[in-house]
Design a protein around this ligand. Structure first.
Ligand SMILES: Cc1cc2nc3c(=O)[nH]c(=O)nc-3n(C[C@H](O)[C@H](O)[C@H](O)COP(=O)(O)O)c2cc1C
Length: 216
């Protein structure tokens, strides 16, 4: 199946489910909230296992800014949560119940459905997202159709090297997900040259994360 068909089929499958499960007005609630600059429900997904690490600091700064701007931030730490990898059983039909009854299903899934915005915050691991956050993203599959609705999204990341070229793949991955989901990117913080845990503190990237949250 090519990408266009993948989108079309998952969207059609989802439409039936959404129409049955969601009150008509609620289907447009996310879009209205975002466009009118009302208080948003933001889901922030972090991917680093380092508690005092760099991207967790970006997450804290982003949250501080967003909360000051009047938004509600629900943070889900992929590292430290039980999130089993998608096993491609297709039980969900790309928009239904998942066979895994873990933290994704019990905690994150309902928050994602009602979120006006999703922020991804991850260290670079071998030029991509960390495995912890990637497992979360793959689990989007079970609500793929439902997530194909207007939301805002943002991207925060840090990596040790200083080459901008090294960040192209991860940045492209984020942008491709946003494009596929139909989500509007509202900003990124890309922090090169950040290696040891906590070295991002006091840098311009920490300020950028705060300002990104505050700008929402
Ligand atoms: C498994 C692993 C893979 C990494 N891969 C890269 C990489 O491909 N490029 C890079 O510049 N830094 C890489 N790093 C360094 C981290 O991206 C960097 O230390 C980052 O600041 C960690 O963020 P954190 O403190 O939020 O975990 C890697 C680190 C680890 C542990």
């Amino acid at each position: 199946m090519n990408r266009r068909k993948f989108i079309k089929q998952s969207g059609v499958a989802a439409a039936g489910t959404v129409l049955l499960a969601t009150p008509f007005a609620a289907m447009f609630a996310n879009e209205d909230n975002n466009k009118n600059n009302k208080k948003m429900k933001i889901v922030l997904i972090t991917g680093s296992p380092r508690r005092n690490g760099n991207t967790n600091h970006l997450a804290e700064q982003f949250t501080r800014g967003a909360e000051e701007a009047g938004h509600e931030v629900f943070r889900f730490n992929a590292a430290g949560s039980e999130v089993r990898p998608c096993i491609a059983c297709d039980h969900c039909g790309m928009d239904g119940p998942c066979v895994h009854n873990d933290d994704f299903t019990k905690i994150l899934r309902p928050r994602l459905v009602e979120a006006d915005m999703v922020a991804f915050c991850s260290p670079m691991y071998y030029f991509g997202f960390s495995a912890q956050i990637k497992a979360v993203i793959d689990r989007f599959y079970a609500l793929n159709g439902t997530l194909h609705t207007y939301k805002k999204c943002a991207f925060l990341m840090a990596y040790a090297n200083t080459s901008a070229q090294d960040a192209v793949a991860m940045n492209g991955h984020y942008r491709t997900i946003a494009d596929y989901m139909g989500w509007e990117d509202v900003g990124s913080v890309v922090a090169p040259g950040i290696w040891t845990a906590g070295s991002i503190k006091g840098t311009k990237y920490a300020v950028q994360a705060y300002e990104l949250g505050k700008s929402l």
